[in-house]
Design a protein around this ligand. Structure first.
Ligand code: FES
Length: 372
């Protein structure tokens, strides 16, 4: 389905998800619940071709993630190829699972930035969230390697009710590790996080307090850049997800499917595979990438809303996850007919603040698949 009325701009950001395997079992992971069904079918040559084609179209930023991308044995060559093509490369990693000295090799291959996930300043909380006893020590080791190699270190801390009380300590810790930026990301509820929403969602008061702490640090205590991402569920207007569907971002997952965002394969759309089509065909002509371009697909209230140019009707994955209608207005929006249901979900999710989340692992993924 080609939409002849819309000017299609080339993708700028490409994200390669090198594998869905991960040594950690974070209970907020955005990966699909049925990830145990996916296979790592992409060979190094396939990744090379994808990068060449995307670069030819004008893409400039390249993220490498997963699962845990360090588990892919070809990662050094993939980064080298990206660097040869003059991509700006960013590794998004848990810091666990790579061979010793991997950061030096990646730096020599041309890697520019590492985004390292740090869940807490204390070992006990990190073990609780990741279900991996060696995660803490390994992350500290790799943070040191990243700094020793002179790479830019971005620390990303996903916030849930399990660590929201630790914001001040986490900021101090990130500074000690030498982070250039700290992103305090209240998680958004997709994949495993949505499954666990009633054990992870903090209260609004906790979020306001966390934001206050961040503001205080920014104003008085730190020169490090600290970003604070507010969770959608407490907002009145939706986020302009992915800067609009099929406008900027392109993700390739481990089985070669091309997606307009990391979680798009939860939608009832058929996503093209890079083994069957070129990136140009996928981006310009595929039905899936054209489905939500422009505003012709929008129902009311989005269709007549003056803010539609700003938020594009919100997030398609969130709309589908919460309403089972992928064209619905994002329920985060107070104008959405489903907004009350979202508020009820928030209220219900806060009923038992001691509820334990499920870990993201193969066993739980298979249980989910067999129940479907
Ligand atoms: Fe898929 Fe928002 S995460 S459109």
């Amino acid at each position: 389905m080609k939409n002849d009325f819309i000017k299609i701009k080339p993708p700028l950001w490409i994200l390669l998800e090198l594998t869905h395997k991960c040594p950690l079992e974070c209970n907020y992971c955005y990966n699909q619940l049925d990830f145990a069904l996916t296979k790592d079918v992409m060979k190094k040559e396939d990744w090379f071709r994808v990068m060449e084609e995307a670069r030819e179209m004008g893409a400039v930023q390249l993220g490498i993630s997963g699962g845990e991308p360090l588990l892919n044995k070809d990662i050094v060559q993939i980064i080298k190829k990206a660097n040869d093509l003059k991509f700006y490369t960013n590794l998004i990693t848990s810091g666990v699972g790579g061979e010793k000295g991997i950061i030096k090799k990646l730096k020599n291959a041309g890697l520019k930035t590492v985004q390292l996930g740090i869940q807490s300043h204390d070992k006990e909380t990190m073990t609780l969230i990741t279900n991996n006893k060696s995660a803490y020590d390994k992350k500290l080791e790799i943070a040191k390697e990243i700094k020793d190699e002179g790479l830019q270190l971005i620390i990303n801390t996903c916030i849930t009710r399990e660590n929201i009380h630790q914001i001040a300590d986490i900021i101090d810790f990130a500074e000690e590790l030498g982070a250039n930026y700290l992103e305090i990301a209240n998680i958004q509820y997709y994949g495993w996080a949505l499954k666990n929403v009633d054990s992870l969602l903090p209260t609004k008061e906790q979020i306001l307090q966390a934001k206050k702490t961040c503001d205080y640090y920014r104003e008085k205590k730190t020169n490090m850049k600290v970003f604070f991402v507010v969770p959608d569920y407490f907002e009145e207007r939706p986020k302009p997800c992915m800067n609009g569907w099929g406008t900027t971002f392109l993700t390739i997952n481990p089985d070669g499917n091309a997606l307009p965002c990391n979680t798009a394969n939860t939608l009832p759309l058929h996503f093209p595979n890079v083994k069957d089509f070129s990136i140009k065909e996928i981006w310009n002509d595929s039905e899936a990438f054209n489905f939500f371009r422009g505003d012709a697909w929008m129902p009311d209230p989005c269709r007549t809303c003056p803010e539609k140019e700003k938020d594009f009707g919100g997030c398609r994955c969130q709309a589908y996850a919460l309403t089972k209608n992928m064209k619905a207005t994002d329920p985060v929006c107070s104008k959405s007919p489903d907004h009350d249901n979202l508020q009820k979900l928030v209220k219900d999710s806060l009923k038992d603040m001691n509820k334990k989340p499920l870990y993201r692992n193969r066993k739980n993924s298979l249980i989910f698949i067999n129940k479907e």
